[in-house]
Design a protein around this ligand. Structure first.
Ligand code: FES
Length: 68
């Protein structure tokens, strides 16, 4: 437990039907073996998009293929 009294906004996940899950806030992503994954550079600071359509070539992250 942290002694830092600075409030931290909760991480949120927003699902876009037929598109990505948008993670806003601090998060660490791991593969099935527990290895930390490096997300691609965020277009919006603090926001990572996870593929929800299954078409991404960079799963689990969205690469924009859902737009095709
Ligand atoms: S949601 Fe964007 S590539 Fe799948």
């Amino acid at each position: 437990m942290s002694d830092d009294p600075t409030p931290v906004a909760p991480t949120t996940v927003t699902w876009k039907p037929a598109g990505p899950l948008i993670v806003q806030g601090p998060a660490t992503f791991f593969d099935n073996e527990g290895t930390a994954l490096t997300p691609p550079p965020a277009k919006i600071p603090g926001q990572i998009k996870l593929c929800g359509c299954g078409r991404s070539h960079t799963k689990p992250f969205c690469d924009g293929s859902h737009k095709c």
